[in-house]
Design a binder for this molecule. Structure first.
Ligand code: SF4
Length: 222
């Protein structure tokens, strides 16, 4: 019998690449700082299960784009999808193609919509998702943002207006600076997610769980 799982994995297989210190990705900065650090210092190929999850998310983003583009919904207009983002800081660059971000027009107003697929609709937005959107608003100069969550199994949605906050953006940029310094100085950041009850869920599927456990002595240094 044909193994369809194998076919899917073969289809989705991508060449892994090494990340370059000095080039950072807006979609990652809400994640555990130590985890991002490992992804530069001890890269690993992306787990096939995770690749499938990303792909399922991409399909839903395409679906939402089609919904917005449809003539059946004249009250919204799609202006741009898969937006490239580039921001030069003194010592590094923040860039990437953001494929879950679209620019729409609603009531003559430009709005950035960040689409997140999820298992269950949340009652509130996740801080790390809002972080990304704050950055996108800052980079694009479009200060109206919506975080849209779509449930994978029934296509129900919920959304949250995100208000641009320059103070929050300054804090996020500080995180990039701090990541850059940890990387260039070859110093490991603290196990951020483990130490924060709101972020500890990130450890569950972290590919560097073992390394992080072995490096736990280093936590005491910070
Ligand atoms: S195991 Fe948790 S604390 Fe450690 S690197 Fe991964 S996400 Fe961060």
């Amino acid at each position: 019998m044909v193994d369809f799982n194998k076919l899917i994995d073969a289809y989705l297989a991508r060449e892994s690449y090494c990340k370059k210190i000095g080039r950072y990705y807006p979609s990652e900065i809400g994640s555990c700082l130590r985890k991002i650090w490992y992804s530069y210092k001890k890269p690993k190929p992306t787990d096939t299960e995770l690749i499938r999850i990303f792909e399922a998310g991409n399909m839903l983003h395409t679906f939402i784009t089609e919904v917005i583009k449809s003539e059946k919904n004249p009250e919204v207009k799609l202006l741009q999808s898969e937006m490239p983002v580039k921001f030069q800081e003194k010592d590094f660059i923040i860039s990437g193609r953001v494929d879950n971000l679209i620019l729409v027009e609603i009531e003559n107003k430009k709005v950035l919509v960040e689409i997140k697929s999820c298992k269950y609709l949340p009652t509130d937005f996740k801080k790390e998702h809002a972080m990304q959107l704050q950055l996108y608003m800052h980079f694009t100069g479009i200060y109206n943002g919506i975080l849209l969550y779509i449930q994978k199994d029934n296509l129900q949605t919920t959304c949250f207006d995100i208000i641009y906050n320059p103070e929050e953006v300054r804090e996020i940029l500080k995180r990039f600076h701090s990541l850059h310094l940890f990387l260039v100085n070859d110093k490991i950041p603290e196990a951020e997610a483990k130490l924060d009850p709101d972020k500890v869920w990130m450890c569950e599927k972290c590919p560097w769980k073992d390394e992080c456990e072995n490096d736990k002595e280093l936590n005491k240094m910070y």
